[in-house]
Design a binder for this molecule. Structure first.
Ligand SMILES: Cc1cc2nc3c(=O)[nH]c(=O)nc-3n(C[C@H](O)[C@H](O)[C@H](O)COP(=O)(O)OP(=O)(O)OC[C@H]3O[C@@H](n4cnc5c(N)ncnc54)[C@H](O)[C@@H]3O)c2cc1C
Length: 371
């Protein structure tokens, strides 16, 4: 992309933390892919911009964006625009620009530029529900995350790069098969920490552990749609978790299987009691109600601009937006169905494949010109 020369307050990406050679911090797409090539002459990275519209008609020629201080910036595409605003941002931007389902666009007062009814549909996500246990005879992150103990952990992190501050959200993971499936259908994430009501928030102060359970291939489908032509208005995000019968049954069976794991003698000897949902939640109905009330996203949303060749697909096999030219989508929104486990590696793989496709197309175009 080439940007018209213009003064604005966007920050260069050089403010990103440096790559971490000691492995103390998580890597990221920016650290892994962008930082090593920041010196390239053909790369300009601008941060702090909110893209608000796609320039051109059916042929996309660039984007308009607004800076944090409200300044408008126009960026012209030399070849094409690649949209990677994610599962919420990408359909939002398409719809704001008249690309989507005509009814949704009409309701938001937007004229349809290209009718693509699949934009914003097919939202899928993993839905996690946690079992919590009070423990004895072992230290957990709970009591090490409060007061003086927390101060000690902070010092420990600074001095040795170890301790509770280096823990990820779960340090034990696993996959299991419930009686409903012929192959693994639930994922477990276990942490030496627990939250009141099983919901992510403040850690309990008493020693506790938790076991999150989610269904690997949910059937429930939701949507993301704008409700206004104003780009600053958040879209409606309706994940419709547990709307499919199989998903409801699987979450219940998953919780039961999690309980069985924590009833095994090797770990049971540390367990004082199940804190959430607690022994009183014994029936399937009670477990389902607990799941409905206390489950949450795993942040693995995908699918709102899915790839395919049917009327509800949004991009073709080369990630080009149907009915448009000069516009591709490269992010988790193009996945037709959710991966059976975490999504990040798949998004990176998808981006690498997109780079191959784009390079191949550019080389072919170059060869045609030289002929
Ligand atoms: C809290 C959290 C924890 C997660 N943990 C894990 C994990 O442990 N393992 C795993 O595999 N996956 C994890 N994921 C999922 C993983 O991060 C996502 O699947 C992945 O990042 C999706 O990549 P993406 O490129 O589709 O979208 P994103 O990474 O969301 O990137 C989209 C970007 O576009 C920007 N954007 C949106 N709209 C605009 C606009 N109009 N103008 C300019 N910029 C815009 C957004 O700010 C964002 O930076 C986690 C996600 C979250 C939120």
């Amino acid at each position: 992309m080439r940007r018209r020369p213009q003064q604005h307050d966007v920050r260069p990406v050089g403010v990103l933390l440096p790559a971490d050679p000691h492995g103390r911090r998580r890597s990221s797409a920016a650290r892994g892919y962008l930082r090593p090539v920041m010196a390239r002459q053909n790369l300009t990275v601008l941060t702090g911009l909110q893209v608000t519209s796609l320039a051109g008609g059916v042929q996309v020629t660039g984007v308009s964006a607004v800076t944090g201080s409200g300044e408008n910036v126009e960026i012209r595409a030399a070849r094409e625009v690649i949209l990677s605003a994610g599962v919420i941002g990408t359909p939002k931007l398409l719809e704001l620009n008249g690309i989507g389902d005509s009814d949704v666009l009409d309701n938001a007062g937007i004229r349809t530029r290209v009718s693509l009814p699949g934009v914003g549909a097919n939202l899928q996500d993993h839905y996690v529900v946690r079992l919590g246990f009070r423990v004895r005879g072992s230290q957990t992150a709970n009591e090490r995350s409060h007061g003086l103990a927390l101060a000690r952990e902070m010092m420990r992190y600074v001095v040795s790069g170890s301790g509770v501050l280096t823990y990820s959200a779960a340090i034990v993971g696993g996959f299991g098969r419930t009686s409903l499936a012929k192959w693994p259908d639930v994922q477990y994430v276990m942490a030496p920490a627990s939250f009141a009501a099983g919901r992510i928030g403040v850690l309990e102060s008493e020693p506790g552990v938790s076991c999150g359970v989610w269904q690997m291939r949910p059937e429930s489908r939701g949507h993301v749609h704008i409700r206004s032509s104003d780009a600053s208005v958040a879209p409606v995000i309706a994940p419709e978790y547990l709307s499919h019968e199989l998903d409801r049954a699987t979450v219940v069976e998953g919780l039961k299987s999690g309980r069985k794991i924590f009833a095994q003698p090797e770990i049971a000897r540390y367990i004082v009691d199940e804190t959430v949902p607690g022994r009183a939640a014994a029936s399937d109905k009670q477990l389902l109600q607990y799941a409905r009330d206390n489950g949450s996203t795993v942040y693995h949303a995908v699918g709102t601009c899915r790839m395919g060749d049917d009327a509800m697909s949004v991009v073709d096999a080369n990630l080009r937006v149907r009915g448009m030219t000069g516009l591709r989508i490269v992010d988790a929104s193009v996945m037709p169905s959710i991966t059976s486990t975490n999504t990040n590696a798949t998004v990176l793989m998808l981006a690498e494949r997109a780079a191959e496709i784009i390079l191949h197309g550019a080389k072919q175009a170059q060869a045609a010109v030289e002929k």
